[in-house]
Write a new protein. Structure first.
Length: 55
């Protein structure tokens, strides 16, 4: 199976969830913590997408 779509989907979903996490404690979507968590979530999503494509 082609791994690119899974990696892109993982990056999108991971960064979306990571950006939303700071909103739980009241930070906005465009705050610094939201950007940092979005990057971490995107990297985690890429890793998950890659692992799923290898399976």
């Amino acid at each position: 199976m082609n791994s690119k779509p899974l990696i892109w989907i993982g990056m999108f979903v991971g960064s979306l969830i990571g950006s939303y996490v700071p909103a739980i404690w009241g930070a906005g979507f465009f705050s610094f913590s939201s950007i940092i968590f979005g990057a971490i979530g995107g990297a985690f999503g890429i890793l998950i997408g890659f692992k799923l494509s290898q399976w």
